[in-house]
Design a protein around this ligand. Structure first.
Ligand code: AMP
Ligand code: MN
Ligand code: MN
Ligand code: MN
Length: 281
């Protein structure tokens, strides 16, 4: 039973770079047959109270969450914290401290984008699209450049301008892996490595990352996510077993038009894994 649970433990509201309000997401999850749902905004806890309230009203099992941005060597890695205390003062302060750098980064991104696309109002445009002024992300820039007709879709904006090595990409120092896991654990959460198939470490460094993640108290890994191919499900199912990690499942839904995968519309976890929700439910 536990394996076949329609758990969706990763998605975003307009408190970070999603486009729907937490309560709207809760209803959408419910309509799509989700049985256990977590909201995991980037570096933000601000949507959790609304999500929790909405879930209580419609009778949907809810788990609090957050997706923490982490710098590992030259890459950004995401760690989802499931079951964190949504009003944990220390966690809130840490996340806020980290997000303070986002505004300066956004201004630099806007400058680079002006130079390379001719769009003059990228900063104002991204701010207008951001539901939370403290959280201006690359996604908001991507949406603005689509509105301006620079690219046909946000995926194209990322590919041409917003990924490492591209002209609108601005390096940023996020939390260290040790910090992120420490913050999540202190707030009572379980750290889950998000969408591992998206990183570009190579086999050796990837194994080193997983070993270090476990050493620092990491508990889970996303096996079935909207970012993974069928080959990734198999690969990360095997790595989850090898490293003794619990398996998680989440759509990473952001927006009805953009997201590849809607809430709850994912394959079930492969057999032979220990679902992370057995520790949460
Ligand atoms: P930021 O935290 O500002 O660096 O923005 C990260 C967000 O950008 C991720 O959470 C994704 O929603 C989005 N993103 C990153 N890479 C891509 C990509 N290649 N295509 C579409 N969206 C992406
Ligand atoms: Mn995002
Ligand atoms: Mn992510
Ligand atoms: Mn995400």
């Amino acid at each position: 039973m536990s394996h076949s649970l329609n758990a969706d433990l990763h998605c975003h509201s307009l408190v970070s770079d999603g486009t729907l309000a937490p309560a709207v997401l809760a209803r959408r999850a419910r309509e799509n047959g989700v049985q256990l749902w977590a909201l995991t905004d980037h570096d933000e806890l601000g949507g959790l109270a609304e999500a929790q309230q909405a879930c209580a009203e419609i009778g949907l099992d809810f788990i609090t969450g957050v997706e923490v941005s982490v710098s590992v060597d030259d890459q950004t890695v995401h760690v989802v914290g499931l079951g964190v205390d949504p009003v944990h003062a220390e966690l809130r302060a840490r996340l806020r401290g980290m997000s303070e750098g986002r505004d300066a980064r956004a201004r630099r991104m806007a400058e680079a984008l002006r130079e390379h696309t001719g769009v003059e109002d990228a900063y104002a445009g991204a701010c207008r699209l951001a539901g939370n002024p403290a959280l201006i992300s690359r996604t908001h820039f991507a949406r603005h450049l689509v509105e301006r007709g620079v690219c046909a879709n946000t995926g194209e904006v990322f590919a041409r301008f917003l990924t490492p090595g591209k002209p609108g990409y601005v390096e940023h120092a996020w939390a260290t892996l040790e910090q992120a896991l420490g913050w999540i654990r202190e707030a009572g959460g379980l750290p889950v490595l998000a969408h591992p198939g998206r990183y570009r470490f190579g086999p050796q460094r990837e194994r080193e990352l997983l070993a270090r993640f476990v050493e620092l108290g990491g508990v889970g890994i996303e096996v079935v996510t909207g970012s993974h191919s069928a080959a990734d499900w198999r690969k990360y199912a095997a790595l989850a077993r090898e490293f003794g990690l619990r398996a998680s499942r989440g759509s990473d839904f952001h927006c009805p038009r953009e997201s590849r995968c809607d809430l709850g519309r994912l394959p079930r976890l492969p057999e032979g894994l220990s679902p992370i929700w057995d520790l949460l439910h």
